[in-house]
Design a protein around this ligand. Structure first.
Ligand SMILES: Cc1cc2nc3c(=O)[nH]c(=O)nc-3n(C[C@H](O)[C@H](O)[C@H](O)COP(=O)(O)OP(=O)(O)OC[C@H]3O[C@@H](n4cnc5c(N)ncnc54)[C@H](O)[C@@H]3O)c2cc1C
Length: 521
């Protein structure tokens, strides 16, 4: 199954570009049919024998390393220009280096997609896909529940009068605090990433003869016959170039950065931009790279009166959701609680890192700012520009969310049983109380929850700025779909990974439906 490039046949029923979160799901589901052949084209190495990847608590060690594409942002006049966007270069994609916090998107998140033109992606259709997921999604185990995280949960519940939630996926919620559900195996802290759950059992058993895994293989251009995508040009680790062709479809699952990048390099995107770079326009599709969205966050850091107990699943095991606006269908402010001092950006501005400490990271569940991804060169090796335009929404609601977050965080920190652990607020510092000053500081150290999405937005078939229609087909082309975080019209109010896995499950159904009927995509 794990065939090296030169011996691999050049034609398959399906080519899947990207063996990441969604790509792993689709590769599994399509090869359930023993007559179907799939080549899963993955730019990174495998993860089967990689304890550095498979051990959840080692996630921070992967950021910025050789398994990270590490995308910078362009200068952010209203935000932090120093954010690096980690994107994993390994089988399983970002589910192989993320924190595996697992939230089923809220019904209002799916329904919003339907309202925006993604017909058939409402909660009634999408909710059942959660039960199909193969990942081991469990609450943070008792042994991993750190005493200070427990006290954060108790203090937040009392200070803000929000419910204590055990099992965030049991029922829709608008507010609450508790330990997360994680996709992991508590007994050995092993990830239950997309690759572990969907690919490893078959890689080990060798029971999917139709699946060919092409590792360390980079897709750099789509191949066309008229308006039909017929294949993918790939480069192997040894630098050899070859053309792979698809009898049925090419499915792009390279993620919110690399899917639009591949389209643009293949001449699919805003015609004017492509022409300016000297790229031959294959298909003028102005929405490619637009609608770049993310969950931005900021941070508040405290020193603790000594070391914190060691036990944890991955150092950010509990969190809080708040709904400030009663009109909002879901939460409008979220916090991760870190049992470490998260001072990377404050240190750059001169703040110290306490020897022992904790952090709360308020983030914006439904960000209003919209950015854009674009190429700055026709050279496929040059990274694309990511301009998130953080905190540029007209009403300044995104920045206000962070300020509100710090005010609530301070109330939690002043409440027992958490207060007894904390000796002082390190960042921003208790003397910073003015709204304007807080906003400026919080924006200057803002970070990302690493949830870029939306750059190949799904929408109605006649929506000029949509890149894919509700069956995930690229508008105006045939033989090609997209299934990854790039198709999200908006972000869910919760962490998006399960939404991506569920998108992969639904994509598999849509693809199989098409070919069961004998149609072409
Ligand atoms: C550090 C971090 C922490 C996170 N924590 C959480 C969390 O706790 N909970 C949560 O819900 N979400 C979390 N996320 C977000 C979540 O992991 C992502 O939204 C999701 O995994 C994206 O899935 P995807 O399928 O769109 O892309 P990916 O999983 O990134 O898959 C893309 C794959 O395509 C491959 N690829 C890209 N380009 C090419 C090419 N040209 N040729 C061949 N292969 C290519 C890549 O190597 C990669 O394997 C986190 C993300 C990060 C980075």
């Amino acid at each position: 199954m794990d065939t090296p490039l030169p011996e691999a046949p050049a034609e398959y029923d399906y080519l899947i570009v990207g063996g990441g979160t969604a790509g792993s799901v689709i590769a599994n589901r399509l090869t359930e049919d023993a007559d179907v052949t799939v080549a899963l084209i993955e730019g990174g190495p495998g993860d089967l024998d990689r304890p550095d990847v498979l051990t959840l608590r080692r996630w921070m060690g992967l950021l910025g390393g050789d398994l990270d594409y590490d995308y910078p942002t362009v200068p952010q006049p209203r935000g932090n220009s120093h954010i690096r966007h980690s994107r994993a270069r390994v089988l399983g994609g970002c589910s192989s280096h993320n924190t595996l916090i697992s939230f089923k998107p809220l019904p209002s998140d799916w329904d919003e997609w339907q309202e925006l033109g993604a017909d058939g992606w409402n909660a009634t259709v999408m909710d059942p896909y959660y039960d199909r997921l193969l990942n081991n999604i469990v609450p943070v185990a008792e042994k991993d529940r750190n005493a200070i995280a427990r006290d954060f949960v108790a203090a937040a519940r009392d200070a803000l009068d929000v419910p204590r939630i055990e099992g965030f996926n049991a029922a829709p919620f608008t507010e609450g605090v508790g330990f997360f559900d994680l996709a992991y195996h508590p007994e050995d802290n092993k990830r239950s990433s997309a690759s572990v759950a969907y690919l490893h059992p078959h890689l080990i058993a060798g029971d999917r003869p139709g699946l060919t895994l092409l590792l360390e293989t980079w897709a750099h251009r789509l191949e066309f016959a008229g308006d039909r995508v017929t294949g993918v040009r790939v480069r192997g680790a040894d630098g050899t170039d070859r053309l792979l062709t698809a009898r049925r479809e090419v499915v792009l699952c390279a993620g919110a950065v690399d899917t639009p990048r591949l389209l643009l390099l293949s001449g699919v995107g805003p015609a004017e931009d492509l022409t300016e770079l000297g790229i031959e326009v294959r298909h003028d599709l102005p929405g490619v790279g637009e609608n770049l969205i993310d969950h931005p966050e900021s941070v508040i850091v405290w020193e603790t009166d000594g070391p914190i107990p060691e036990n944890s699943a991955m150092d950010s095991d509990a969190g809080l959701f708040v709904r400030r606006n009663p009109e909002s269908p879901g939460p409008d402010l979220m916090f991760h609680f870190y049992q470490i001092p998260f001072t990377d950006h404050p240190e750059r501005l001169g703040w110290e890192r306490p020897a022992h400490g904790v952090s709360m990271t308020p983030n914006i569940p439904k960000p209003r700012s919209r950015g854009r991804l674009y190429l700055i060169s026709a050279d496929p090796k040059v990274k694309p520009a990511l301009d998130f335009r953080y905190f540029t929404d007209e009403d300044d609601e995104d920045a206000r969310t962070l300020v509100d977050g710090v005010r609530l965080a301070r109330r939690i920190a002043a409440s027992e049983p958490l207060a007894g652990w904390l000796t002082r607020e390190v960042f921003p510092g208790p003397e910073v109380t003015d709204d304007e000053e807080l906003s400026a500081l919080l924006r200057s150290v803002a970070h990302t929850v690493y949830h870029p999405a939306g750059t190949c937005r799904m929408g109605a078939a006649d929506d000029e700025m949509a890149v894919v229609d509700p069956r995930l087909r690229i508008r105006g082309l045939s033989g090609v779909r997209i299934a990854d975080a790039s198709v999200f019209p908006t972000l869910p109010a919760v962490n998006p990974m399960l939404g991506v896995l569920m998108t992969g499950e639904r994509a598999s159904d849509l693809i199989r439906e098409t070919h069961r009927g004998g149609d072409h995509a």
